[in-house]
Design a protein around this ligand. Structure first.
Ligand code: XMP
Length: 258
């Protein structure tokens, strides 16, 4: 188990929370002092919800304007000072040497895990990411089935794999096990697929499910099907009271999993 997974499990237990907050705050770069304002907004939400989440996921909305080693570093410092693990949602999908440097920068900056896309393959693709992750005690989380409606065009295709007709997501779930992933992403909008992936993973790898709330996924269906962590963004950070929303979602999840 990676240091990332240990930390995630520890904070999940301490905070009794299976929420990974998608901190996707956004602001136009045309606005005056947008970097400062964006950072302040993000820090505020983080401080509000810190006792009700197990992890924080950062996406391009913050990474691009704030920069990995610039303003974003303050947010990374605050999050890690609370002991909360950070996931970079870069859906990494390139060739070996580019992937290697992307992963190195991300782990050097203080992230515990990154999300990668298995479509690119292992040899000459994600192999370097898994090696770098191991070096840092970090985790690689693989996309297995995304939460948006067009996910069936890729992850939901019927494919011929090792002379057999299979679903693409089943093959990816098997690869997650053999490649040593520390998590997989399956959209909360697809409880039947969560159930199937959960059978394949057999409790060995946690399932992270985005899509609860805004995208229509239900906590009860997702967690009963095998979701381990809910990735939640807008329902929390756009609410009038993010702390209250995070607590409500956390309690709802705990009602289902107890
Ligand atoms: P909301 O606001 O819809 O945010 O709660 C969801 C967050 O999750 C990301 N997202 C995904 N990430 N696989 C991923 O790795 C997915 O299938 C997926 N669907 C949504 C989204 O970018 C946002 O940060």
């Amino acid at each position: 188990m990676s240091i990332f997974s240990e930390k995630l499990g520890k904070i999940a237990q301490e905070n009794e929370s299976r929420i990974v907050l998608a901190l996707d705050l956004s602001l136009s770069s045309k606005e005056k002092d947008f970097k400062k304002k964006l950072l302040e907004k993000a820090q505020k939400v983080l401080n509000d919800v810190r006792d009700h989440v197990a992890g924080i996921k950062i996406n391009f909305q913050l990474l691009l304007p704030l920069g990995l080693f610039d303003e974003l570093r303050f947010l990374i410092q605050t999050t890690t000072s609370y002991g909360i693990p950070l996931i970079m949602d870069c859906k990494l999908n390139d060739v070996e040497h580019t992937n290697e440097w992307t992963a190195r920068h991300i782990f050097d900056a203080g992230f515990g895990a990154l999300i990668a896309n298995p479509f690119v393959g292992f040899r000459g693709g994600l192999d370097s990411v898994f090696s770098v992750a191991e070096e840092y005690g970090g985790g690689v989380i693989l996309l297995v089935y995304m939460s948006h409606s067009g996910a069936d065009e890729g992850y939901g295709q019927r494919v011929i794999y090792e002379n057999d007709f299979r679903w693409q997501y089943e093959v990816f779930a098997e690869k997650a096990k053999s490649w040593g992933a520390e998590g997989v992403v399956v959209g909360a909008t697809q409880p039947k697929i969560i159930e199937r992936v959960s059978q394949i993973l057999d409790g060995k790898i946690p399932i992270f499910s985005p899509g609860i709330g805004f995208q229509g996924g239900l906590i009860s269906e997702a967690f009963r099907a095998g979701t381990s962590y809910a990735i939640v963004g807008r329902t929390i950070y756009q609410s009038e009271n993010p702390k209250k929303s995070a607590k409500e979602i956390k309690d709802k999840i705990n009602e289902v999993i107890r």
